[in-house]
Design a protein around this ligand. Sequence first.
Ligand SMILES: Cc1ncc(COP(=O)(O)O)c(C=O)c1O
Length: 383
Amino acid sequence: MSSDRPRWLSLPELRARRSYKWRAYPADVLPTFVAEMDVTLAEPVTRVLQEALAAGDTGYATPDPELAAAVASFHLAHFGWQLEPAGVRLIPDVMTGVTEVLRSAIPPGSGVVVNTPVYPPFFAHIGSAGCRVVEAPLTRSGAGYALDLDALEAAFAAGASAYLLCNPHNPTGLVLTVVELRRVAELAERFQVLVLADEIHAPLTLVGSRHVPYLSLPEAHAHGIAFVSASKGWNVPGLKCAQLVTAAAPMRDLAARLPEELGYGAGNLGVIASIAAYRDGGPWLDDLLVLIDRNRRLLADLLADRLPTVGYVPPRGTYLAWLDCSELGLPEEPARVFLERGRVALRPGPDVGTLGRGWVRATIATAPEILTEIVERMRAAVG
Ligand SMILES: Cc1ncc(COP(=O)(O)O)c(C=O)c1O
């Protein structure tokens, strides 16, 4: 571990936060419903933010060549993806970028494929872009979830215009292999489908798995756009900075046609923090991944001991745990029971689509004691 180590915060420290996670519920509720981490920031990030504040550097953001260079060097070092800085565009956040690309690139009413169960806001954002959600559900086995390439092909063949690929996948923690991604690219080429690769969780790919950026495959360049960000990996989503990446001419042209105001919502502190995270935050991230790995195993032990009928396959990427509570035989949606009887706020499964009925999602990027308390409260609620 490096000297700049991530440290999980205590409950009193967390309760002092003003972020959504800590303000959405009354103080007797333990929140684990949203993808925020209960961790100290990486020192290089804190340092540049403090310098910016000391200098009053709180004006508007501008596309910064240093950001594009930092995005490129991080992705090359971590995933072997040689992206061109010229193909990086500043956006405020991933979902705004996705919405704007859909709005600009495909006609209203077009079908956009998603792999359900999937990150809930995908549904609303596809709708607000004037498009239609087409579900190609993941398949499920005891070993966890997998991409159903036949379902994907059927959705493409039925006329979908775009595919919003989520890799690593929220909420299942699935990390796709290079073989699967090659097949996706082949299908997208064959059916002329635009692929929007949401790779916001890429830095959080856990030990034992390897993240393959979609655009690291040359065969994806003509139809693929990637969305990357330091916001999840370094826990700075409130600072508003993400990046859209394109690799070749048709997609570059599409990116160039996006409205100029798309970048206006980005935050200057987000740009500053993201440059530092990508450039100097690697050692901190490595240590964080060790802590998350411990927690995904701790959760398995806790559930086996306290709630053995809850189904859990540890995530391969992300700090999310997707829990099958259907065997608990609860009279109503588990998240409601856990909240009302256990005072613990999990993300309700049905938010991710109908396949989520009976499931909940928890965030495991927290202190082991808090993770233990979450499971204790869940058990108290059903016991
Ligand atoms: C898969 C996925 N995409 C997008 C987002 C939202 O990202 P942003 O805040 O950059 O829109 C999240 C947030 O948790 C996510 O999990």
